[in-house]
Design a protein around this ligand. Structure first.
Ligand SMILES: [Zn+2]
Length: 104
């Protein structure tokens, strides 16, 4: 009888009660064993991978942003440099005109 009814018993890691290793869930406390939640864990890991991908994108964007900022600084400095030259030319022209006016 013992051989016929033999079921491999394992102790529940949650409550310590003896339960069949074929049962995926503890009949005493309802603890779900690792066999069943593997699918759920895969789903969670997939979600984590998606989150990691989302986190990876800003890192790539950061480099692009830094390159864009450097490019923008170069462009802005060039534009301001040209503006300063134009302003200096305008000031010199204004000063020249006033000098001419005073001289005239
Ligand atoms: Zn249990």
């Amino acid at each position: 009888m013992k051989g016929e009814n033999f079921i491999a018993m394992i102790s529940c890691p949650e409550c310590g009660e003896q339960i069949s290793d074929k049962s995926k869930k503890c009949v005493h406390c309802g603890y779900v064993f690792a066999e069943e939640p593997v699918e759920k864990t895969k789903e969670e890991s997939t979600q984590q991978v998606e989150v990691t991908k989302v986190n990876t994108k800003p890192k790539v964007n950061m480099r692009q942003i830094i390159i864009a900022i450097v490019a923008a600084v170069v462009i802005i400095s060039t534009v301001f440099g040209v503006k300063k030259v134009q302003e200096q030319k305008a000031i010199k022209a204004a000063q020249a005109s006033t000098e001419y006016g005073e001289k005239y």
